[in-house]
Design a protein around this ligand. Structure first.
Ligand code: SF4
Length: 701
């Protein structure tokens, strides 16, 4: 039984989604600890989660009231909510009238609650009449979404965290969960400590903290993942370490996978990957001999110009070995943000429709149109994240509404994004913090309520839906994002936005899922509060949730089989290195910072780990450039430059360098912003940017 002043909630950072107990004392001071009864983390929290109370109580950077400027020549001034919403509606109406609905767009976040995501999607696709609603999940999970759809028929993570303790082989590719999904990785470590025979294979051009627990580290050249996974597939097929019965009964397109896998010999693949053929064989042997095999991946595969090919070639390994839909087995994408999956459930991206329906399917569109009672929904996908900023630059898009994300720091080729926002006719930024550099480009700033200041739901990486209660009042005049959105929709004259609370929004979303593969019509806020979290689907109100999908071997494809896919591209299609830019830059996260540091950057304790941006560079490359550990270097690409200190080691491959992605303006300049130099090439299908590969040179400052 919880004390009256203790509330159960969920961490607002990564997709692991740890349970937190929040205690508010008599003076209103907040403290946090891991929830021992929550199935995800069983009381554990990482450094970021443990310090959330500081973030929640430090109001120094908070946006407290709406601010607006009448033109770019006028200063920002405080205005009332009525004036702010009137102005937003008037400008949007006038732009839409003049240039059509596709001249406006919304760019939102995987940190939004599901109800907020649902509303912005309904507002945009159903009432404004454009599909220009995309999210920063485009930068994170969209390649995995396409991979799942191609393989199992829907964007559906098959397994549960509890499968970790049932597995005896993990392939962790393009991920550093020891730093980026720490509590989940702790569960893997504890499992291995108890069961030393458990094998961990790590695929990464860097020797990260995750490698400390690995039995095998495949330190491949960036961009060669598909070649590696195909070589493993080849070995499994040649050595007959495949599940023939599963393949025959429950899969389609095996020949396409085989043909792709046999294009290169294992020796040729090893040479291209820059590792030994024996190591490829060893990895394949671990997988082939495993009783239960899990593949885990994140941005190293997703953030790539061939991200979809990387995803499907990895998923092929689970199908070849029949390691899906059974205890301890399956492909398992690690979600970066806390509610990226919730956002996908409501169709909160330019290419998706509510409740996993297809935008291109006329019946699906009709169902949603009738349910919402709004405008006809367009069949063509709207502008994706990078396309939105290109369209602002070209003048095709006139107005953008940015919610809970900081594209000035997080988008690739950031100078281009700055230029695009300068050109926009109207920019709305809805956020909690002035620390977001994007607020500087806003014509209208709307103060949003943050974590603990509003209620709603989120879905973590294992399809677990949890309720987050309101515990404290938002400061100043800040409002919950959902309320801001429905006030705007009402002002635009749209019917169907007369909500009294977010619980009503959630009920609408749940009803829309009825009869679909993600049916959660058995859920409501009341049930989540009373009974705790559930993994979807939850199709009726006594259903207990679904920890594992596909146990019945019935997949979500039309023929109910899982589908092998030949990767569209085997060879990397990234920007080419050259004598002028001979090194490959890859970007990523550090342990104690989150995204663009608007929250974690405020916590002194979190700065003790890594206080400033840096460049990781191999000793050989550093020596050739006369760089010593701690020297300042200039890192240049064709798009711009960055100046940071170097960390010299042998942990990163030669000819590869690494920059953390978190830092924006440092010392009032943008010298630490990694995205000054990244490129905005995207995967042609998922439209996810190629953050893990661009051509750079490093010189001593
Ligand atoms: Fe929060 Fe992720 Fe850390 Fe858990 S692992 S406490 S969800 S940041």
């Amino acid at each position: 039984m919880l004390k009256k002043n203790v509330h159960k909630t969920i961490c607002s950072y990564c997709g692991v989604g740890c349970g937190i107990l929040v205690e508010k004392d008599a003076k209103g001071v907040i403290s946090v600890e891991g929830d021992p009864d929550y199935p995800v983390n069983k009381g554990m929290l990482c450094s970021k989660g443990k310090n959330l109370n500081y973030v929640a109580q430090d109001l120094s950077d908070r946006i407290l009231y709406p601010e607006m400027r009448w033109s770019r020549n006028h200063p920002m001034q405080r205005v009332s909510w009525d004036t702010a919403i009137d102005r937003a509606a008037a400008v949007f109406k006038s732009i839409i009238e003049k240039h059509g609905p596709d001249s406006v767009g919304f760019y939102v976040s995987g940190q939004c609650l599901t109800e907020e995501y649902y509303l912005v999607n309904k507002l945009t696709k159903g009432f404004i009449g454009t599909n220009n609603i995309d999210t920063n999940s485009r930068l994170c999970m969209s390649s995995a979404v396409v991979g799942y759809k191609k393989t199992v028929g829907e964007d559906a993570v098959p397994i549960s965290y509890d499968d970790i303790e049932l597995s005896d082989c993990f392939l962790i590719a393009g991920a550093n969960p020891a730093w980026c999904h720490p509590i989940l990785f702790r569960r893997i470590e504890m499992h291995k400590e108890k069961n030393p025979n458990v094998k961990i294979i790590v695929v990464d051009p860097r020797k990260t903290q995750t490698c400390a627990s690995a039995d095998l580290h495949l330190q491949i050249l960036p961009g060669t993942d598909v070649i590696l996974f195909n070589a493993i597939a080849r070995w499994l097929i040649e050595k007959k370490k495949i599940d023939k019965s599963f393949i025959k009964k429950h899969t389609a397109n095996f020949d396409a996978c085989k043909e792709s896998a046999f294009q290169l010999s294992i020796r040729q693949a090893a040479d291209l990957c820059g590792i030994s053929a024996d190591d490829i064989r060893k990895a394949a042997q671990y997988i082939g001999n495993a009783k239960a095999f899990i593949s885990m991946w994140t941005m190293g595969l997703n953030q790539s110009v061939i991200g979809v090919s990387k995803n499907v070639s990895l998923m092929n390994l689970s199908l070849l070995t029949g390691q899906i839909g059974k205890p301890g087995a399956g492909p398992f994408s690690l979600t970066g943000q806390p509610n990226a999956m919730g956002g996908r459930e409501v169709g909160g991206m330019a290419s998706l429709l509510a409740a996993h329906r297809d935008l291109g399917n006329p019946h699906h569109r009709k169902e949603i149109e009738e349910f919402w009672g709004g405008k006809p929904i367009k069949s063509e996908p709207g502008l994706t994240a990078t396309e939105m900023f290109d369209a602002l630059d070209s003048g095709k898009l006139k107005a953008i509404w940015v919610i809970c994300t900081n594209p000035i720091v997080s988008m690739p080729n950031a100078h281009k994004v700055e230029k695009a926002l300068e050109k926009a006719s109207f920019v709305v930024v809805q956020d909690i913090s002035h620390n977001s550099e994007t607020t500087k480009y806003a014509d209208l700033v709307l103060p949003a309520a943050g974590w603990l200041e509003k209620d709603g739901t989120m879905t973590n990486s294992e399809r677990r839906i949890s309720y987050l209660p309101k515990v404290i009042d938002a400061p100043g005049e800040a409002l919950p994002d959902a309320e801001i959105l429905w006030k705007f929709a009402q002002k635009m004259g749209f019917t169907g936005f007369g909500y009294n609370n977010v619980s009503e929004v959630y009920d609408e979303h749940c009803l829309l899922t009825k009869g679909t593969e993600i049916d959660i019509s058995g859920l409501s806020h009341q049930r989540l509060i009373k009974e705790g979290s559930f993994q979807w689907p939850v199709p009726h109100n006594t259903h207990k949730g679904t920890p594992r999908l596909f146990s019945d071997r019935r997949f979500f494809t039309n023929d109910h089989k899982s589908h092998f896919n030949a990767p569209h591209k085997i060879y990397n299609q990234s920007e080419k290195t050259s004598p002028e830019f001979p090194l490959i830059l890859t970007t990523g996260r550090v342990r104690d910072q989150w995204h663009t540091r608007t929250k974690t950057g405020k916590v002194k304790r979190l700065l003790t780990h890594i206080p400033e941006p840096y460049l990781e560079i191999n000793k050989v490359d550093a020596y050739l450039r006369q760089l010593k550990d701690g020297d300042v270097a200039i890192i240049k690409s064709i798009r711009g430059q960055v100046q940071v200190k170097v960390k010299v080691n042998f942990d990163i491959r030669e000819r590869v360098v690494f920059l953390p992605m978190h830092w924006g303006k440092v010392l009032n300049n943008d010298f630490g912003r990694a995205n000054n130099i990244t490129n905005d090439l995207v995967d042609p299908v998922s439209k996810e940017p190629d953050f893990k590969y661009c051509a750079v040179e490093v010189v001593k400052y």
